[in-house]
Design a protein around this ligand. Structure first.
Ligand SMILES: O=C(O)CCC(=O)C(=O)O
Length: 291
């Protein structure tokens, strides 16, 4: 049930270094800065405690089954409680204690410090062949894929979570809309190639198709690691896929105002949900020809 419908979101475009403790402490600083500027809901980037570099994921990974053994989560829980804010905690490498597998995982903390949800990246970023600029990545060499969509009820409405490459899949956003999401938060770290071409386009499309808000949060460009990050964290509105706030590629905190009344206004003007023709394009078997 939505309680607060008009609020400020703070997006922390953090500089990620090779030192985990420094990352934790700088993330805390940016969360404080966002809260001081009036943000009640705060979003961190993908891989905020660890450079986006396959050779480091295992070393930086934490056990998220027991928050007390995860210094990154403990900080988020503490700061959410002390500032009274809700935190969508970007992502960090998770080591599952029972299977030993690694996941790219986002934890969500409520303003009482409680862990409300855990989203494991569903669509791993596996590239077929290198992009211009020799960008190459195959996440499935290191990570296992999450199996579940995540929609979490917060003081700031119903929020769907996707991590980076999850943004490229309209089906996930459609599902979140159907499950009542007002906002989809995508911590991400797009590269210089698909970042420039697709990062903004994809989030505007997810927002406008589903008539809801979308927010992305990236690490800043000069973060550690050889993978060059696009940056440009952004908040997009439901009406025309309007950009409500955006950044460059430097370390910064973006504050943007969200007003869920605009969702209803948009849906009242264009009732896409009622106009859907599910009988025509039901997603059962995309490869089967219609009778
Ligand atoms: O989908 C893309 O182009 C980039 C995705 C990505 O960088 C990631 O999932 O980490």
């Amino acid at each position: 049930m939505t309680k607060i419908t008009k609020f400020k979101i703070g997006i922390c475009q953090l500089k990620v270094t090779i030192e985990k403790n420094a990352n934790i402490s700088q993330a805390r600083n940016l969360i404080h800065a966002a809260a001081e500027q009036g943000a009640n809901l705060i979003l961190l980037p993908e891989m905020w405690n660890c450079p986006y570099s396959a050779d480091l994921f295992a070393e930086f990974a934490e056990n998220l089954n027991d928050i007390n053994s995860s210094p990154s989560s403990l900080m988020l829980s503490e700061v959410a409680y002390s500032l009274g804010v809700t935190i969508i905690g970007g992502s960090i490498p998770e080591r599952d204690a029972s299977s030993g597998r690694l996941y790219n995982t986002c934890c969500v903390f409520g303003s009482n410090g409680e862990l409300k949800a855990k989203h494991r990246k569903i669509h791993l970023f596996d590239m077929g062949k290198p992009l211009p600029g020799d960008v190459h990545f195959k996440e499935s060499d290191t990570f296992s894929a999450g199996e579940k969509p995540t929609v979490v009820e917060t003081d700031f409405g119903c929020i769907g979570i996707g991590i980076c490459h999850d943004l490229r899949f309209p089906e996930l956003a459609i599902l979140y809309r159907a499950r009542g999401a007002h906002l989809i938060c995508y911590p991400g770290a797009f590269n210089m190639s698909t970042g420039e071409a697709l990062w903004e386009l994809e989030q505007r499309t997810r927002a406008v198709d589903n008539q809801l808000y979308a927010a992305t949060c990236s690490p800043c460009r000069d973060s550690a690691g050889s993978y060059m990050i696009w940056g440009h964290s952004t908040v997009v509105g439901p009406q025309m896929g309007e950009i409500i706030g955006t950044t460059g590629h430097e370390e910064t905190v973006l504050i943007a105002e969200i007003d869920y009344a605009k969702i209803q206004l948009t849906r009242d003007s264009f009732s896409l949900e009622n106009q859907r023709r599910d009988n025509v394009y039901r997603f059962i078997d995309l490869h089967q020809e219609s009778p």
